[in-house]
Design a protein around this ligand. Sequence first.
Ligand code: SRM
Ligand code: SF4
Length: 570
Amino acid sequence: MDIDRPLSANERIKENSRFLRGTISESLGRSETGAISDDDTQLTKFHGIYQQDDRDLRAERGKQRMEKAFSFMARMRVPGGILTPAQWLAAETVGRERANGTLRLTTRQTIQFHGILKGNLRPLMRGLHDAMLDTIAACGDVNRNVIATVDPWRRDLHAEIATLARDLSSHLLPRSKAWHEIWIGDELVSGGEIEDEPILGRTYLPRKFKIAIALPPHNDVDVLAHDLGFIAIVEDGRIVGYTVTVGGGMGMTHGETDTYPRAASVIGFCRPQDVLNVAESVVTVQRDYGDRSDRKHARLKYTIDRMGLDRFTGLVAERLSVPLEPARDYAFAAMGDRLGWAEEADGTAHYTLFVENGRVHDLPGRRLLSGLHAIAALDVGRFIITANQNLVLADIPADRRATIAGLLAEHGLDDDVSGLRRNAMACVALPTCGLALAESERYLPGLITRLEHELERFGLREDDISIRMTGCPNGCARPFMSEIGLVGRTPGVYNLYLGGAYDGRRLSKLHRKDVDGDAIVAALSPLFAAYARERTEGERFGDYVIRVGIVHETKAGLDFHENIAAEAGG
Ligand code: SRM
Ligand code: SF4
């Protein structure tokens, strides 16, 4: 590393952890508290587990001098988001028996369980393990779940990128056996000393690392939001290689202008057989040069902006077995999911099911959890989670389609949603997320209902317009990539961003600061009216607000709010 400052506390915790063991087993055995030790809370992340507390209850329990209502969130590792129906049922079972009974589909194609009490962690993990599932490296300073475009309509191409997602995930997985020892009860590897982490290193990466694979024209993964991206280049019906992107990321901190979202930079093109080598080279440069002193500047985007893209690609090139070729161009059409039925020539069908903000539970008139249980019990096809928090019921044979359509209708799942709602995402935020400054998942549906009234007035109900909300500026629902972005500031108050590209190729810009629900509707309504009146043929809302100057595009990739530091850094 070329930074001469003391290492952050997390580096010491990792170093002393004996390859991610720490004292997690001891913490689990302590019955006097629902929590685990502070250091262990950092280490369990590498096992896909976060300690949380119910923030709705925090103040009241504080008054009563009670311990916080601690529980845990666990996140599965599901490369490409693909599950068998049996695995879906296993997840549902552990969610019901060991967590709060809901499943939460995430923006990175996996499932989170919330509200797991400490004593339920091991049984939950074992339930997943029995179904050939795990939570290894779903969180922590490692390569996270690898995401990939969901496109079962193009069977062979989708199969290829899904395999690549699995291979990348396995290749970059920690070699430590700690997960199996602690959660499943495999025999202890004596002290952990015999282990090694040839790729990630003893202290793992400086920070989280994320990979996405996109299959144009679909950019459902928002490929430019990730540390490393592979954009498939298809010629004559086969993938000839991938355009490689580096340094994307969403998170920032309000008021700290040296933190910023960044759209990834294109660095070249590689052949399919070289993808693992490219990934390993980028990951190890970040391992060796990333900032281990300040976690707010530790992501790859800051490493790249600090040293410059040329030096970074030079360092990567030194580690590659085969040099990168010049980048190939690509074109994206959209980043949203195509909801509803799609049928192939042989009658095989796929159904993309809208899951509002990824929350799978039963509501009056919309019994999602029960409906999916009934469908999974038929044991046909695959359940594929999208990076937009939706679910594709894929590969349904022609003779089962009617049964599944019947189950969807019976459970109230064949509803027609507006263009805005089907292009919406909200992060989890309250009550579980410890970093939330405002509501998100519990707030956005109501706000959309209000905005739908406005859109209907101007004949825009069916138009695809993307809107994303987060409860803080960490950007978990990628709000800086959507046409309308709302980012929590304090309870009930958000910053409003506009002008992201509908295909995910341009970041949004700050339009209004500190607005509440009424002010958001008041700000957007006249823009919707003007858009309906003035748009050109096929023009997207995000492009329109840039064209007419409601917000201004500046430098590509850095066209972000008032962030002068970002421009200087680029
Ligand atoms: Fe995230 C932290 C939820 C995708 C950027 N994210 C968190 C934590 C774990 C809060 C914490 O650290 O205590 C949240 C748990 C909330 C809860 O109660 O469940 C959380 N992030 C989520 C999920 C569940 C949002 C969702 O509604 O789907 C997504 C889970 C993804 C997964 O399955 O792995 C999720 N998070 C993202 C994304 C989107 C993406 O990766 O495509 C981002 C922006 C991209 C990026 O990483 O730059 C994102 N999450 C963050 C950050 C800011 C990181 C940064 O370096 O800037 C944090 C905070 C941190 O790491 O310090 C964070
Ligand atoms: Fe929590 Fe912020 Fe992520 Fe939302 S964006 S889940 S509030 S960390």
